[in-house]
Design a protein around this ligand. Structure first.
Ligand SMILES: O=C(O)CCC(=O)C(=O)O
Ligand SMILES: [Fe+2]
Length: 481
């Protein structure tokens, strides 16, 4: 059991050749056995893990043969995709939380998920990956909830086909890191509803110090799914507030308004080597404690997460790599201290199958980092082949439109960050020069504490705003001269 949940992390560097897709009949090794077992578990959720392992071994590690044998025995799960509530989770049939017993008020022992006891420290281990499959475990040990078989099957396929067609328009972003130009290890584009929003995204909003050139108008299916995502995400947020947050209250600075996605980032991972490095999503336009609804289609991939460790919790106390930079290989950014810190905590892997909706709750972006790890093995999807499409639905707050937010002394949009590393300032928000926070870039020293009301909308100090405006004017005049 232990061996199934934990397996050694593999560091993937840019120098490494992308691995070819492993054939299902390849001889098993430690890693691929876990993956093969996970595939079988997702196909046959009603069969015990030990039995699946026995069958896999008896079939010389061939998932295909094991799957044929199990189908012949009539073990396949019948999963209705008509109704989300009726659908069984396409993942492991058991959960960690259903095995961990805790004393209930009446003195009897009950699995922790029956008690609604959440936010237990996950049993992660130094240098290891804890694999989570069941919605109960994911809700109990991470700041996320997952809904398997989110859309009716035909609707999910329709959206997938639409986005596979769109994928020709997706592009790689480029970052300058010291003297190197680094390309994002997957392709993507931003989708918005109206032509005006598209214009604004391209001429007002900046990402990583540059304006986005790849903004497109949402496709019909992307829009209609957005409404379904909105409904379910709002339900999940309310459930989490009720069941998990202290006193059943929303977090400070979390919006009390309905979450209304108005932008969708579409990512395409074409093949097992495509990935995204550890990062947290920028707060600049989403505000504090943002919620993100993330829909996965096509090939199933691992979403890895790890907690951001505060200086006083860590062993070495050195600086962490920059956030917001989504390279596959964060080698130039990832100093030894950061690697040691990640290893000290271990990481959690959430398996994201086709048609699963992952809700990243309010604490996720400020307390955790996430990534899509390069895969050793993928199972081709009948429609998408080797591709995985991911859509992250986001709510850009009107109150954080770049026309309101401060500019740094370089004339750039300042970025919003939440302090995590030092105990004295942990949880405080600040506006900072983007370049000053990017390795290899010389920035200005611009810094300003960010103030928010309880709902996470900014409270602008009029005097500061005037100073900002004057600074912007001076920068613009200097540029003209
Ligand atoms: O592909 C995913 O599941 C995650 C994508 C992501 O992290 C992002 O778009 O910021
Ligand atoms: Fe992200």
């Amino acid at each position: 059991m232990e061996a199934f949940f934990h397996r050694k992390r593999r560091r993937v560097s840019q120098d490494e050749e992308p691995k070819p897709i492993q054939q299902l009949s390849d001889p098993p090794n430690e890693d691929s056995t876990d993956i093969k077992l996970a595939i079988l578990l997702s196909l046959f959720p009603a069969v015990k893990q030990d039995e699946l392992l026995d069958i896999l071994v008896s079939c010389d590690g061939s998932v295909e043969s094991a799957s044929e044998m199990l189908s012949a025995q009539g073990s396949a799960a019948t999963i209705s995709t008509k109704k989300r509530a009726a659908a069984g989770p396409l993942g492991m049939q058991t959960s960690l939380s259903s095995h961990i017993l805790t004393k209930a008020e009446d003195g009897t022992l009950k699995p922790i998920n029956h008690l609604g006891a959440r936010k237990k420290a996950p049993p992660t281990k130094k240098g290891k990956t804890l694999h989570l499959y069941s919605p109960e475990d994911i809700a109990a040990y991470t700041p996320c909830t997952i809904i398997h078989n989110f859309l009716p099957a035909e609707e999910a396929n329709k959206l997938l086909l639409e986005l596979l067609d769109e994928s020709k328009y997706l592009t790689r972003s480029t970052f300058q890191l010291f003297s190197r130009t680094v390309q994002s290890p997957h392709t993507h584009a931003v989708y918005v509803s109206t032509a005006e929003e598209q214009r604004q995204q391209m001429s007002d909003y900046t990402y990583g110090g540059t304006y986005s050139s790849n903004v497109r108008q949402a496709t019909p299916q992307l829009r209609s799914v957005s409404r379904e995502v909105q409904t379910v995400v709002n339900e999940e947020v309310q459930n989490r507030i009720r069941d998990v947050y202290p006193d059943g209250k929303k977090l400070q600075y979390q919006s009390s308004k309905q979450w209304k996605p108005n932008a969708a980032f579409v990512n395409c991972y074409d093949g097992p080597a495509e990935s995204v490095g550890y990062h947290s999503d920028g707060l600049t336009y989403l505000g504090p404690h943002p919620i993100i609804g993330s829909l996965s289609l096509g090939v199933s991939r691992e979403f890895r997460i790890r907690r951001i460790v505060a200086e006083d919790e860590e062993e070495d106390g050195k600086e962490e790599e920059s956030e917001d930079i989504k390279t596959a290989d964060s080698k130039p950014l990832q100093n030894q201290a950061a690697s040691a810190r990640a290893d000290a905590q271990g990481q959690i892997s959430i398996h994201l199958p086709h048609n699963s909706l992952l809700v990243m709750h309010a604490e996720m972006q400020e307390e955790w980092k996430h990534s899509i790890a390069p895969a050793q093995t993928i199972v081709p999807h009948p429609i998408a082949g080797n591709r995985r499409i991911n859509i992250t639905y986001r709510w850009y707050r009107d109150t954080l439109h770049p026309r309101y937010t401060p500019r740094c002394k370089c004339g750039q949009h300042a970025i919003l960050r939440c302090a995590r590393r030092k105990q004295e300032s942990r949880g405080s928000y600040m506006w900072m020069c983007y370049a000053g926070y990017t390795p290899g870039k010389e920035g200005c020293s611009f810094f300003q504490w960010a103030e928010f009301d309880d709902d996470g909308d900014p409270v602008w100090d009029k005097k500061i705003r005037l100073e900002d405006y004057m600074r912007q004017l001076r920068v613009q005049l200097n540029n003209i001269e």
